[in-house]
Design a protein around this ligand. Structure first.
Ligand code: ATP
Length: 337
């Protein structure tokens, strides 16, 4: 903590994709996407404080990570199913990159210390690193605005900065339910009514997002070689409407992830788990983003809890969530002084 004791904290949600349609990569190697994001109520928290000693070390941003108390991720760490050492603590950490980008926008880096309280399993397709970046954007924006006595950059500007950091970051700032196009960062918010209940089943082993896209490429190489690159399929409007009104049965019918087959090719045991969750009463199962976390849609909060109990009896890690929830938020009760 700086002598002035200036600090700010923000939280940001995890996500899954109710639809993820992939197109053939362009010359820059990026795959165009059509996706329907939903933000769910498992949150990362980032606390940012000013520490002038940090400027003398490396990039001027120092980060530490702890498992959020009471989270499934903390249990995974305790049981050895996950390792904190999987999270980089250098300038490749997305929260550090976010903090540096906000410093660049203010043209000021007084030395910033970040603490991440992590609840979202790493490399699971739930956008945990992107949530850390989104929370860091909001927290460091508030911190520097206060430190310099200037107006905050605000949500829209932060989303623009976030789009330079990663495809999921702008959505983690926005939250809710949103259609994403291009690299996923051309966002259109969808107005919503009732909530959906999604159970997440993280795996002991992560999957690298680039590896899953490479596996998708192998299956589609023939089309690319012929020079007839395909755009992603458009989003299914019935699915978007079902998600908007919280119609779980409708969502279960139309949920689709083009990265699921390549994720299963890399981790074949996911196929049996997807079937098993449906046998235990889920309306549908899918791989979250690039995986390997598996999601199950439940009819109600009670059904979601029953499903979690069933999966835990089998010694699996599982937790239930509801969504959509709002995007990255400053935590007001923690204040900025
Ligand atoms: P996405 O679905 O957005 O591709 P993911 O949820 O599968 O991402 P993340 O938890 O964001 O995966 O982590 C992916 C990789 O990013 C990690 O293996 C790690 O090396 C790196 N990384 C960078 N910053 C962070 C961070 N703050 N937290 C976790 N991982 C990070």
């Amino acid at each position: 903590m700086s002598p002035a004791g200036l600090w700010a904290a923000a939280s940001a949600p995890a996500k899954t994709n109710l639809a993820l349609h992939v197109g053939d990569p362009g010359p820059d190697g990026f795959h165009p996407l059509e996706t329907l994001f939903i933000a769910v109520d498992v949150h990362e928290t980032v606390t940012a404080s000013i520490n002038s000693h940090v400027t003398r070390r490396g990039s001027g941003v120092l980060v530490s990570v702890s498992p959020a108390p009471g989270s499934e991720y903390a249990e995974m760490i305790q049981s050895g199913a996950a390792r904190l050492s999987d999270i980089p603590l250098d300038s490749s950490n997305l929260a550090v990159r976010a903090a540096l980008a906000v410093c660049a926008a203010y043209e000021c880096n007084p030395g910033i210390e970040l603490r991440i309280d992590k609840a979202v399993p790493v490399a699971g397709g739930m956008g945990g690193g992107s949530a850390d970046a989104a929370a860091a954007l909001v927290a460091v924006d508030a911190l520097l605005a206060r430190h310099l006595d200037r107006p905050r950059l605000g949500r829209e500007r932060l989303m623009g900065i976030g789009s330079e950091l990663g495809a999921d970051v702008p959505f983690m700032v926005l939250g809710g339910l949103a259609e994403g196009r291009g690299r996923g960062n051309d966002l259109r918010a969808v107005e919503t009514g009732n909530q959906l209940h999604v159970v997440f089943v993280p795996q002991d082993q992560g999957l690298s997002t680039p590896a899953v896209f490479r596996q998708w490429d192998r299956a589609h190489r023939a089309t690319v070689d012929q020079g007839s690159a395909q755009a992603p399929d458009p989003l299914n409007r019935t699915l978007v409407t079902a998600a908007a009104v919280g119609d779980a049965a409708g969502v279960a019918t139309w949920v689709r992830n083009d990265l699921q087959p390549p994720a299963i090719e890399l981790l074949p045991e996911l196929a049996a788990l997807l079937n098993h969750g449906v046998d235990l009463g889920a309306l549908a199962g899918w791989v979250s983003g690039s995986g390997p976390t598996v999601c199950f849609l439940a009819r109600s909060a009670q059904d979601a809890d029953n499903l979690v109990d069933g999966l835990r009896r089998e010694h699996r890690h599982a937790f239930s969530t509801t969504g959509p929830v709002e995007g990255a938020q400053l935590i007001p009760e923690w204040g900025t002084i």
